[in-house]
Ligand binder design. Structure first.
Ligand code: NIG
Ligand code: FE
Length: 411
């Protein structure tokens, strides 16, 4: 099956020499081709170039993209997509003055979601998650990392991870799964949370590993949640089972989460609202992708992570949605692209890289996804007619995506 997209106003996010991630000054580099064509064959990018150089091809499908941009699909490297209930009552509590931590302390927050998730069947959770994925695809997302973490019991965590596995098998989106048993501390473990950590390590993890349900292991390492010591124990165990660490770090406080992530070779450390110079230093020269979650900072009115400073000091930056019912109820990566520019002062080129190739790196798939390069998986979208690629972050709140292709197939 061959598809030709012709008369593309601008082909965005091209890589002639593919890189696994973009760091520092490289983040400002984004190749584009004006008046371009793109050929896709058997689910992969086959060739691209200037329209004037297009040779006769035997395409089964020809799409005319006059006036439109073609961009690589977003990779959303941090989501909690499988959950049962929305939490708008807590949203109102926050408007009235309660903090996220106060709500969590009295049994709301993650525990509220865990209760509803325990009551939902695997089928119900699957159906809800599948609908969310369909909508995210319409907004330009082609890959997602999905965490468990609304289970907090062995049975419920396994249920969530099995739903993620079914989503991976049955949707066209590339999905990576993340075991986040250490997301919240159940009420009955308050005051002796190390016993819950024991449960995560000794009971949950062997079962998760036996069914091959998780690519990654995650911990909410932060003030009021899991300590650095808890985190070390969980990461060490996870690594033994072949799960690479990815950490929730420094959302509430300078928690030591960044350093512990780097120490254990985490593929990413995520959130980073609270970043000092020591945290930035610790990331230098590491394999760990600093990942900022602009939707969460927006929704909770948190301080902004110093993205500009990080890029200027030579680091990579990735930006993902953090889609979840408590702190980021939107999976709209176009909005993340806009926030990257508007709130974090990244240029449009840096913002595209932060939401495509660098998030692909943070999911361990940047050799296959995250840019338009020959041989990579053909996940891309065609925009509505728009003036320029800068219009994408500029016109926040508007869906600029007209057609989506995943694995070379139009969705
Ligand atoms: O990434 N910070 C921890 N976990 C989620 C929020 C989970 C929730 O409140 O339901 C996050 O923001
Ligand atoms: Fe999160």
């Amino acid at each position: 099956m061959q598809t030709l997209i012709k008369n593309i106003k601008e082909l965005v996010g091209v890589e002639t020499t593919p890189r696994l991630r973009k760091q520092g000054k490289e983040m400002a580099q984004m190749e584009t081709i004006k008046d371009a064509y793109l050929v896709v064959e058997d689910g992969k990018f086959k060739s691209f170039g200037l329209m004037k150089d297009l040779k006769e091809e035997n395409a089964d499908l020809v799409v005319d993209a006059t006036g439109k941009m073609v961009c690589p699909s977003f990779c959303d490297s941090h989501t909690h997509l499988v959950y049962a209930n929305s939490r708008e009552k807590e949203f109102v509590d926050k408007i009235r003055g309660l903090s996220y931590e106060e709500i969590a302390k009295r049994g709301g927050g993650i525990l509220n979601s865990a209760k509803a998730t325990a009551a939902a069947s695997e089928e119900e959770l699957y159906d809800m998650a599948q609908q969310r994925i369909e909508e995210a695809v319409r907004l330009g997302t082609g890959a997602m990392e999905i965490k468990s973490g609304y289970g907090l019991t062995t049975e419920s965590e396994l249920k969530l991870l099995r739903v993620i596995r079914r989503l991976r098998e049955n949707t066209p989106v590339t999905i990576k799964s993340n075991f986040l048993g250490a997301h919240g501390i159940p009420m009955e473990y308050r005051g002796h949370q190390e016993d819950y950590v024991d449960l995560v390590i000794n009971e949950m993890m062997p079962k998760v590993a036996a069914e091959g349900l998780a690519d990654f292991v995650d911990v909410f390492c932060d003030q009021g949640f899991f300590t650095v010591k808890d985190t070390e124990r969980i990461l060490e165990a996870g690594i033994k089972y072949g799960m690479r660490p990815k950490i929730h770090a420094n959302e509430m406080a300078v928690s030591g989460g960044v350093q512990v992530g780097v120490k254990y070779g985490a593929i990413s450390v995520d959130h980073l609202e609270q970043m000092g110079d020591a945290e930035i230093e610790s990331l230098k020269g590491s394999e760990t992708m600093p990942t900022i979650l602009p939707g969460c900072a927006f929704f909770l009115n948190l301080p902004l992570s110093p993205a500009r400073k990080m890029v200027d000091s030579g680091l990579s930056v990735a930006m993902a949605s953090d889609y979840n019912p408590g702190t980021a109820p939107s999976f709209n990566m176009q909005l993340i692209l806009s926030m990257a520019c508007i709130r974090y002062r990244l240029t449009p080129e840096e913002a595209f890289n932060a939401t495509t190739i660098n998030t692909a790196y943070a999911m361990g798939v940047s050799d296959k996804l995250g840019s338009i390069a020959v041989g990579k998986v053909a996940n891309f979208y065609i925009t509505k007619p728009i003036a320029s690629y800068e219009y994408m972050p500029y016109a926040y709140g508007e869906n600029k995506v007209e057609q989506t292709f995943l694995n070379g197939k139009r969705i």
